[in-house]
Every structure is written in structure tokens, then in C-alpha cells.
Design a protein around this ligand. Structure first.
Ligand SMILES: *[C@@H]1O[C@H](CO)[C@@H](O)[C@H](O)[C@H]1NC(C)=O
Ligand SMILES: *[C@@H]1O[C@H](CO)[C@@H](O)[C@H](O)[C@H]1NC(C)=O
Length: 257
């Protein structure tokens, strides 16, 4: 292919002088599978997905976010995200996440287990208002779009700043070996939201999410027989702060059907 060769040599001719003149220090020597900087930047592979998901960026006065997939295989995904957001104090700017690509058509009652493990770290949380959380949506319609659902269940592993889950708390629970404050409330669109907020920050979580669904079934009449799993995600809801960086060194999730 002479034309490809020519192009290659032309590229080298351009690149070599530039790299020689401005050697770029390797600040992040991590290899990257994908770089996602657009508001809906999305990657999927090996049964997982990663989304930059800056869904509330328009309520910020300034800021930006990029998410990087560092590695991925059927045994899990590693990624990191960097962000800075200012303004719109009470609004979520983004929920960058890794998720399991959920096979549709399974009610919570019919799922035997929802095993997951995650390890994460923020490089700084000074002046940061954000959570680090698992997020699950369920709906009566098994084909419901991933943007919504009848019910949402969240596990907040960490909370920075004066942010709060939807609703109010009147109970605490010990589940998956950790103590949680339990919040219940409805979003303005009617979606009912269950939030478990870890009383002590959890940097490394391992457990079966079915335990949490069993709890809301027993305590709030969650209709597990008719609600299908739609979304199984882990990420961080960013309000304001930064520059900061969240590294998820490993996320695994599975659904036992
Ligand atoms: C909250 O959401 C649940 C589930 O969608 C619904 O059954 C209930 O009526 C809602 N409650 C209020 C006060 O809107
Ligand atoms: C954290 O990471 C961000 C984004 O890479 C960087 O701008 C910031 O300087 C880092 N902060 C610390 C304390 O390492």
C-alpha cells in the first residue's frame, strides 16, 4: 500500500520534529482503552459500560469532566475521571459511572444474586461536594430506557460536603457487613428513591445487592415480583469542586439469573 506508506512517512515527518522540540512528560503513564470527554461520552465492552454522563452540566457556571477507561475484561473494568465544576450548588452536574450491561427481562424477585466488588479513591476531596455511589433503577417495563424507572436504589459509600440523598431518614440498617442510614423519598417525577448512606466511608466494597432489595421489600413494600432490573451502575455524583480525580481501580458486577 504505497499511499498508506506515504501518509505514514508524512506523519512521521510532521511528528518527529514536534516531539523532539516539545518532549511531553508522561504524567499519566496508564494505558487507556477509551477517553470520554463529551457530555455523553460512552464506551462498552466485555459486558460492561462506562459513561462520562455530564447530564447536569448546563446548571454549572463553569467546569468540565473527562472519563478514561484504563482496562477492561470479563473480570472487570478499571477507569478514572477528572472534573471541576462551579455554580449551581444544589444541582448534580454529572454521574460518571461504570455499569454492568444488564440483560433485560429479569425481575428482582427472580434474580438469585447481584454480586459486586469495587475499589476506589479520590486524590483530593478538599472543597469537593460529591458522593461515591452504586445506583440501581428498576421498572415494571423490562425494556424501559436507562434514563429512568419506577424505583431507584442507591448505596452511598462516601459523601463529601453538605449534600443529602432524596427524602428523609428514620432508620439505620446493617447490611453486607456495614452500617447504613436509610433514606426514603420520591423524586418530583414520582420515582421512589431508597438510599443507604454508609455511616463510615467504604473504600472497598464487596457484597450482594439482593440484601438491600430484600430490605426495601420488607420495610417499604417494594414490589420485587413485578420490578425488573434496568440499571446496575457505580460512580460519583459531582456537585461542585475540583480539580479532582476519582480512580476506580476495579469494578466487577454480576447477575445470577
Ligand atoms: C412515590 O412513588 C411510589 C412508587 O412510584 C408511588 O407508589 C407513590 O404513590 C409515590 N408517593 C408520592 C407521595 O408521590
Ligand atoms: C487530583 O487530580 C486532578 C486531576 O488530574 C489534578 O488536577 C489535581 O492537581 C490532583 N490533586 C492532588 C492533590 O493530587
Amino acid at each position: 500500500m504505497p499511499s498508506t506508506n506515504l501518509l505514514y512517512h508524512l506523519l512521521l515527518a510532521v511528528l518527529i520534529p514536534i516531539t523532539t522540540a516539545f518532549p511531553i512528560p508522561l504524567l499519566h503513564p496508564r494505558q487507556s482503552v477509551a477517553t470520554l470527554c463529551s457530555e455523553t461520552g460512552y464506551w462498552s465492552g466485555s459486558g460492561y459500560e462506562v459513561n462520562n454522563n455530564n447530564w447536569g452540566a448546563s446548571s454549572a457556571t463553569s467546569g468540565s469532566q473527562c472519563t478514561y477507561v484504563d482496562s477492561a475484561s470479563s473480570s472487570g473494568v478499571a477507569w478514572h475521571t477528572t472534573w471541576t465544576w462551579e455554580g449551581g450548588e444544589t444541582d448534580v452536574k454529572s454521574f460518571a459511572y461504570s455499569g454492568l450491561q444488564v440483560e433485560r427481562g429479569h425481575t428482582i424477585a427472580a434474580i438469585g444474586g447481584l454480586e459486586t466488588e469495587v475499589k476506589w479513591a479520590y486524590n483530593t476531596t478538599e472543597g469537593v461536594r460529591a458522593n461515591v455511589a452504586y445506583d440501581f433503577f428498576t421498572d415494571e417495563d423490562p425494556e424501559r430506557e436507562t434514563t429512568g424507572g419506577d424505583y431507584e436504589l442507591m448505596l452511598w459509600l462516601a459523601k463529601y460536603g453538605d449534600i443529602q440523598p432524596i427524602g428523609s431518614t428514620d432508620a439505620s440498617a446493617t447490611l453486607a457487613g456495614h452500617d447504613w442510614d436509610y433514606y426514603v423519598g420520591n423524586k418530583s417525577d414520582g420515582m421512589r428513591v431508597y438510599s443507604f448512606v454508609a455511616i463510615s466511608q467504604i473504600d472497598s466494597f464487596s457484597g450482594d445487592i439482593k440484601e438491600f432489595f430484600d430490605y426495601v421489600t420488607d420495610h417499604d413494600g417494594f414490589p420485587a415480583e413485578t420490578q425488573n432490573l434496568i440499571v446496575f451502575d457505580f460512580g460519583s455524583e459531582a456537585f461542585t469542586g475540583g480539580p479532582t480525580e476519582l480512580t476506580v481501580s476495579s469494578f466487577t458486577a454480576s447477575m445470577d439469573t
